[in-house]
Ligand binder design. Structure first.
Ligand code: PHE
Length: 516
């Protein structure tokens, strides 16, 4: 079969919306957004609020995200090609196709580290099914518990035995003496163990190069398998089942968490406007996160838009996709923070692992907890899959359209290149943890470059192309069903508000005015 016949199309409009929402909803919503709100909420949770950051994020979605999304899908549907081919089809023989190449490159980069984290979810589903968590908990050595108690007492400025020279053992015997009964001590030790084991578990897991590369490979394999199935047979069919399932699971978990004592605290933590500690850094992250979470700026939605038929409304589809994506991010945060506040957890290093270290402690101590852990990690795994599928589809569609590959070869080649690029990311947590460029591991560098530079930069190019290079007649033809007033507002956002906002943030970053 020649490349052109191998393109494919959506079976229905709903299929497109679900697939695009599947691309958008992923680790960005379930892992990154809660982590950023935690970080910008002041780190310790309750005393500061994250309302300011959440508000900035919502503004970024409305003023920049949705206008860019409409622009990007519009290019895809008009060009009917992969990102490179679509720019070339609309403005032949210009340098605009470079925007497409940038997107393809960014696609390889994002997929190569994203699929590593996605691989973590597979391990965690397996662990929760076999209940390996419980065994692990019993294995936390007493010494670790003692050290934890010691560190806590030092941090609190009151090493129990007093003075700077307190040894761990001295501190421990005072600690022991502070309990009325051996049972009370035992209970306290078990609680400590329960808090410690997920962190140990996670660090042991990261330290294994074999597991990191193995799960990454496994996840790429499944992604390749779905994309091989093609647009309506593979991607659409998978998303039709997975997206509704995901929403149901989230609703169930959110409902459960809201009955816990921390549920209402989570709501006020997230939604009470709090502008007392807004920083410019928050603006940078809110904007980058909007691009990342909505899958914008590198041609994923452009590619999905290229399979959309002429009669379908781009405006209302975009609204639905962005709405769903935002809803999922907020629900995930309610679940995670509700659980954290209910258990007074302090997530010490607010790094990549929070989703993997906090959730087991929380859910396993609830009735039916094992079931909830299984459900939760399965949900994250599936959400990640529908995103990796969209990333691999971008690079594959380029090989199909531009290089005349059959779908099968395109997917296998793109998948293999991604795997090769991703191995150093998988090794960033063990063998290559000391290998840094600009002070970042390969994993962190890829994430930073993609989220904070490549996607917003791609976004500006898309905005300028649609806002200034395309004519009103061309734009109008693709958005014929849009109300004239809405159209004028959208055009204003695309031409002025969004590019200026993104350029401002990107400029500040490149001039070193904000730190990463
Ligand atoms: N939007 C996806 C998420 O939130 C990630 C992604 C980014 C997917 C860019 C495709 C393109 O997890």
């Amino acid at each position: 079969m020649s490349g052109k016949d191998d393109r494919g199309a959506w079976g229905s409009r709903l299929g497109f919306i679900l697939a695009a929402a599947g691309s958008a909803v992923g680790l960005g919503n379930l892992w990154k957004f809660p982590y950023l709100t935690y970080r910008f909420g002041g780190g310790q949770g309750e005393q500061n609020g994250a309302g300011g950051f959440v508000l900035l994020y919502l503004m970024a979605i409305i003023l920049v995200g949705i206008p860019v999304m409409i622009a990007e899908i519009l290019i895809g549907r008009r060009g009917r090609q992969n990102p490179v081919g679509s720019f070339e089809a609309i403005r032949p023989k210009t340098a605009w196709k470079m925007t497409g190449y940038l997107g393809i490159l960014t696609g390889f980069i994002i997929l190569s580290y994203y699929a590593v984290v996605a691989g973590w979810t597979v391990e965690y589903v397996a662990k929760s099914v076999t209940y390996e968590f419980a065994d692990y908990q019993a294995q936390v050595p007493d010494d670790d518990v003692k050290v934890a108690v010691y560190n806590e007492s030092v941090e609190a400025g009151r090493a129990i035995a007093g003075g700077d020279n307190t040894s761990i053992e001295q501190n421990w015997s005072k600690y022991k003496a502070s309990f009325d009964s051996p049972e009370a001590l035992k209970a306290a030790v078990e609680t400590k163990r329960a808090e410690l084991f997920p962190v140990r578990l996670f660090h042991d897991f990261l330290a294994s190069p074999l597991k990191q590369v193995g799960y990454f490979f496994a996840f790429m394999l499944v992604t390749v398998f779905v994309v091989l199935g093609g647009v309506s047979g593979g991607i659409e069919r998978a998303n039709r089942v997975l997206m509704p399932l995901l929403l149901l699971i989230l609703l169930g978990l959110a409902g459960r968490v809201l009955t816990l004592p921390g549920g209402s605290k989570a709501i006020s933590f997230l939604f009470k406007p709090d502008f007392s500690h807004m920083t410019f850094e928050m603006v940078l992250w809110a904007l980058g996160q909007a691009f990342f979470s909505l899958s914008l700026g590198m041609g994923a939605l452009l590619t999905y838009g290229s399979y959309l038929s002429k009669g379908d409304s781009i405006g209302s589809a975009s609204l639905a996709i962005a709405g769903l994506d935002t809803l999922v991010a907020l629900m995930a945060s309610v679940i995670i923070f509700g659980a954290i506040f209910s258990f007074n957890l302090v997530m010490k290093d607010a790094g990549v692992g929070n989703l993997f270290t906090a959730i087991p402690v929380i859910f396993l101590s609830l009735p039916g907890g094992q079931f909830m852990v299984i459900v939760f990690y399965t949900l994250i795994m599936l959400a990640a899959l529908t995103s990796t599928v969209s990333l691999l589809e971008v690079t594959s569609s380029y090989l199909i359209d531009e290089r005349g590959f059959s779908r099968r070869w395109a997917v296998l080649v793109a998948g293999s290149i991604t795997f090769a690029v991703g191995v150093p990311c998988a090794l960033s947590f063990n063998v290559l943890s000391d290998f840094t460029i600009f002070g970042k591991t390969v994993f962190d560098l890829f994430d930073f470059f993609a989220t904070n530079i490549a996607l917003p930069f791609g976004g500006i190019l898309i905005l300028v192309f649609v806002g200034f290079v395309m004519t009103d007649a061309e734009r109008r033809e693709e958005l014929s069903d849009m109300h004239p007033v809405v159209y004028v507002i959208w055009r204003f956002l695309v031409k002025y508000v969004a590019p200026v906002a993104v350029a401002f943030v990107l400029g500040a970053l490149l001039l070193g005015k904000v730190t990463a």
